[in-house]
Structure formats: structure tokens, C-alpha cells
Design a binder for this molecule. Structure first.
Ligand SMILES: [Fe+2]
Ligand SMILES: [Fe+2]
Length: 266
């Protein structure tokens, strides 16, 4: 995992995961350097990852005041409890559903939770961070962030894309990916991560982009894509086509067995 400043006030902790047959998926966590510092998501839970060690060069863990969990999927919660231990002042920003999902594996301490629904805001000292429901999501607890002081949007899984190489997945700008390749990969991810998108009313789906479009982000930071800066028109246009994109069907048992029985590369 490496880290860098994407924008003046936001650091990215950049990791990735290889997805067999699909490519390399960015797995990003973030630090918003607000007066009350906010860590957004806490990385993969794999045994060889050490989120706290990756976080320490970016911010001293005891200084963290908020841990905003965009949703409690396992690629977002890896360092959560270690960070709660290391940051005694920090509280976890999540929803009622998010706390409930966590309680099925390891409950969050109730006095360390801060419940926030889409449309509500968190006062981080020098700025308001407003929660919003991204147009696409894979977990009912998903709440993205609109930083009203910088115009940065943190979109959770939405806008993600598996990319052809690890270097691209961990690039510092999504513009390193060709526009056509990025569009195809984002639509693929949309159909994998949010398969319900094929059943939506296209007009209602288009309307769900309203809060984000009205906000007019200066940058979109997805947990599963390098940063996108500047005009978001293309991003929105791509995902608006998701309902009619080709539905994703994963490999079946025959494909798995064929893969397992492949001769090793010479
Ligand atoms: Fe997810
Ligand atoms: Fe994710």
C-alpha cells in the first residue's frame, strides 16, 4: 500500500487486489485532513496487510477523530478495530444498517458509533461532510461523502473499475487509463457490483444522480478507481448506461475446474 495526496486536503492510501479473469481492482482508503481528521474506510483484511502501519506516515493514528465507513464490506473494514484501539477519540460514522451488519461478526462498541444517514452532515471542525447515497452500491449501508469545503466527492464503490494492470489500479490519476477502456471497465464493474441496476426504471435511475450532479464535484474519489479530477460529465454519462449494459455472469464450476487443471506456465 502506498499513499499520496490526491488533493490538498485528501490523502489516498492506495492498495489493489487481483481479480482472476477480470484484472486489478484498486482498493483505496482515504484521510480527509480536516480540523477533526477523518479516515474513510480501512482497507483490506488480508493477513499480510497492516492498515495502521500504512496510515501512520499519513496521520498519527491517535489524532484520528472520525472513521467514516462508507459501508461494512470486507475490503473496507480491514483495519477498523486496530484503528479504534489506536485512536481513542475516534468514532465510527455509519448507519443503523451498517452497525447491524458489523454486529454479525464483531459488534462495534455502541459508544464509539455515530449514526449518519444520506442527506445528513458531519461537522469535522472546519467543514461539513455531507452523506449521500451513490447511484450504484452493493451494500444497503452505503453512504458516500460530499466535502462541501473542497468540492471533493468520495463515492464508495461507485465508479470503480477493474483495470488491466496493477500499475493502473494504483495510478494517481484515472486519466492514465484510455477513455474507451475506462468506460468498458466501469460498466463491467457496475454490472458485477450492482447487478440490480438491470431492473431499475431508467428515469428514476437517472434522477438518482441528482445530488451528485447538483454538487458538481471537483474530484471523484472512488474506493475502486484512481482519482478522477475535473469535469465529471463523462463519468455520469458512462454509469447512466449501466441499466442496459451486458449483465455479468461469473465463471461457473466447469470454468473453475478448467482453470485449476491448466498446465502451469512453462
Ligand atoms: Fe462493496
Ligand atoms: Fe468495495
Amino acid at each position: 500500500m502506498h499513499s499520496y495526496r490526491a488533493r490538498q486536503d485528501v490523502s489516498i492510501l492506495s492498495d489493489h487486489l487481483e481479480v482472476p479473469g477480470l484484472g486489478f481492482l484498486a482498493v483505496n482508503a482515504f484521510v480527509i485532513h480536516a480540523a477533526q481528521p477523518v479516515v474513510v474506510d480501512t482497507g483490506l483484511g488480508l493477513p499480510d496487510r497492516d492498515f495502521l502501519a500504512s496510515l501512520a506516515p499519513v496521520i498519527d493514528p491517535p489524532d484520528v477523530r472520525w472513521i467514516w465507513l462508507t459501508h461494512p464490506d470486507r475490503d473496507h473494514t480491514g483495519g477498523l478495530f486496530a484503528l479504534l484501539d489506536a485512536a481513542p477519540q475516534a468514532r465510527v460514522v455509519t448507519t443503523f444498517a451498517g452497525a447491524g451488519i458489523m454486529s454479525a461478526e464483531r459488534p462495534l462498541p455502541m459508544d464509539r458509533i455515530y449514526l449518519l444517514n444520506p442527506g445528513q452532515s458531519l461537522d469535522a471542525g472546519d467543514r461539513r461532510l455531507t452523506g449521500f447515497r451513490p447511484p450504484l452500491f452493493d451494500n444497503p449501508a452505503t453512504v458516500g461523502i460530499l466535502d462541501t469545503s473542497t468540492g471533493v466527492c468520495l463515492s464508495s464503490d461507485c465508479f470503480g473499475a477493474p483495470l488491466p494492470t496493477a500499475a493502473l489500479a494504483t495510478a494517481e490519476d484515472a486519466a492514465e487509463v484510455s477513455p474507451d477502456e475506462l468506460r468498458a471497465a466501469q460498466l463491467l464493474w457496475a454490472t458485477i457490483d450492482s447487478p440490480w441496476v438491470h431492473g431499475v426504471d431508467p428515469a428514476k435511475f437517472a434522477a438518482s444522480f441528482g445530488p451528485l450532479r447538483d454538487f458538481g464535484p471537483t474530484a471523484v474519489l472512488s474506493t475502486h478507481l484512481p482519482p478522477v479530477t475535473g469535469d465529471s460529465t463523462t463519468l455520469f454519462a458512462t454509469l447512466l448506461d449501466a441499466p442496459s449494459a451486458c449483465p455479468f455472469t461469473g465463471p461457473d464450476q466447469a470454468a473453475l475446474e478448467a482453470m485449476l487443471h491448466q498446465p502451469p506456465p512453462a
